[in-house]
Design a protein around this ligand. Structure first.
Ligand code: ADP
Ligand code: MG
Ligand code: MG
Length: 252
């Protein structure tokens, strides 16, 4: 199963002027095996939603609930959420100087499984995952995200997705900054993940172009910390044609 249920989620951040509410009651269910796209303008709270679900300490949950297969994610540590099956590909992946991709992946996998992966198959798996993302095997020896191009960062995240094999993947603007070839490679990675049984995907984007390659089951328009409208793939086409204006006007 991979049922992610977000109910009336309210989140605020601490600012110099006191707490500021960013998420104003988000309700969204990603059913087993479904792919949902969240589309919204800059500053609408998309990354806040992603980070809050993943457990970033900067965000204070002031209301609502998030469960994965009935388990309360919000009560868990970041590590526990990952072990429960949650994966977040961040909009701006962080550099980890001095830690190689190879060590990073192995440490992450070991933490998830509670035991180190068998070396022989693991090396093969890592090389396969890198190769699928068009990354050379020497990439495994580089420091995580240090000096990576925008495209390399995103392809590395998709190699992680492949190897760590979560139940639910939240992909925050995994398409941003990609040229058309990299966009295809990354999209194919997402689609291979979706082809596995019972995988949920929450694809956050503000461009429709990735949705031509990764066809979502549902599209949600996200404006001012809320889901303003939900629909099928046709909603993305409407956004492509008309932009967010109609939804922004309705929100103010
Ligand atoms: P999106 O990903 O949709 O572009 P974000 O979730 O990054 O939106 O940001 C939503 C809003 O929250 C923005 O107005 C942003 O300035 C604000 N915000 C996010 N983090 C902080 C913070 N730490 N302090 C103040 N404002 C913040
Ligand atoms: Mg599916
Ligand atoms: Mg964002």
């Amino acid at each position: 199963m991979s049922n992610l249920e977000i109910k009336d989620l309210k989140v605020s951040v601490e600012t110099e002027d006191g707490p500021k509410e960013i998420l104003k009651g988000v309700t969204l269910t990603i059913g087993d095996g479904e792919t949902h796209a969240i589309m919204g303008p800059n500053g609408s709270g998309k990354s806040t939603l992603a980070y809050s679900i993943a457990g970033h300490p900067k965000y204070t949950i002031t209301g609502g609930s998030v469960t994965l297969d009935g388990e309360d994610l919000l009560a868990m540590t970041v590590d526990e959420r990952a072990r429960a099956g949650l994966f977040l590909a961040m909009q701006y992946p962080v550099e980890v100087p001095g830690v190689s991709v190879s060590n990073f992946l192995r440490t992450a996998k070991t933490a998830l499984d509670g035991e180190a992966p068998k070396l022989r198959t693991w090396v093969k798996d890592v090389n396969g995952a890198l190769d699928a993302m068009n990354l050379d095997t020497s990439f495994a020896q580089r420091s995580v995200n240090e000096g990576f191009s925008g495209g390399e960062k995103k392809r590395h995240e998709m190699a992680q997705l492949d190897l760590l094999d979560p139940k639910v993947a939240i992909l925050d603007e995994t398409d941003s900054g990609l040229d058309i070839d990299a966009l295809k490679i990354v999209s194919e990675g997402i689609n291979r993940f979706r082809e596995r049984e019972h995988k949920g995907v929450l694809l956050i984007t503000h461009y429709t172009r990735i949705l031509r390659y990764v066809q979502p089951d549902y599209v949600h328009v996200f404006v001012d910390g809320r889901v303003a409208e939900s629909g099928g793939a046709e909603l993305a086409e409407e956004l492509e044609a008309n932009g967010y204006d109609r939804f922004i006007k309705a929100a103010v």
